[in-house]
Design a protein around this ligand. Sequence first.
Ligand SMILES: Nc1ncnc2c1ncn2[C@@H]1O[C@H](COP(=O)(O)OP(=O)(O)OP(=O)(O)O)[C@@H](O)[C@H]1O
Ligand SMILES: [Mg+2]
Length: 235
Amino acid sequence: MAELLKVNDLHAGYGETVVIEGLSLSLQEGEALSILGRNGVGKSTLLNTLMGLTTQHSGTLQYLGKDIGKVPSHERATSGLGLVPQEREIFPSLTVHENLRVAQQPGEWDAARIYELFPRLAERRRNMGNQLSGGEQQMLAIGRALIGNPRVLLLDEPFEGLAPIIVDGLVDAFRKLRQNSRMGIILVEQHAELALELTERAIVLDRGMIRWEGPSRHLLREPDQLAELIGLGAE
Ligand SMILES: Nc1ncnc2c1ncn2[C@@H]1O[C@H](COP(=O)(O)OP(=O)(O)OP(=O)(O)O)[C@@H](O)[C@H]1O
Ligand SMILES: [Mg+2]
């Protein structure tokens, strides 16, 4: 199995501000990694840094063995990094189908397969982006990343703000898209237990640094430690 990402001693942020302070991680083909942590610890900043959307101050960031620290964001996207941003960022004045089509890159994922994964999107294919429910927008945001046929899929709180029944549907889709897939996935989530159930490894961030890392099942078996790490009791 190939190593998709290798991040070493990464420092990154916005302009002069440093948010990620010395973070290292790796991601293998076919593996899913959770990134957990309270609000504002730098989870989105980490994903955005992998995509080249922030300022990288130091450290190295390798994708498939090549340093991509200076590669512009659009090139990272076309070379196999796909982000589902926290704000979803659907094009409001394009239809569902057009939102998908503009992101199509060669590979096994095409519109038909996205509609198979999310039948609801097929029903809404002629609706404009701004006519969708929150759940539909999230399906479209995920579909738009998948249709770019990424080797690494970065999901920033895909279940945030959605009704439980919608979350259940997205969770089913997540499990399906992992079947027989070599895609590597980084899942940022506030729903810690759910994220741990869906991934093999986890990292807990605190103020831009790794506070804990290990097998997801370990934290699932240790709810007190999990609560202590992500501050459930304090919220
Ligand atoms: N565009 C920006 N410019 C400057 N600072 C930012 C910007 N975006 C985020 N920050 C700051 O970076 C820090 C980390 O924010 P980030 O959004 O990465 O946290 P997060 O872990 O994703 O939080 P949440 O769980 O609320 O989404 C915060 O202090 C935040 O205020
Ligand atoms: Mg965030």
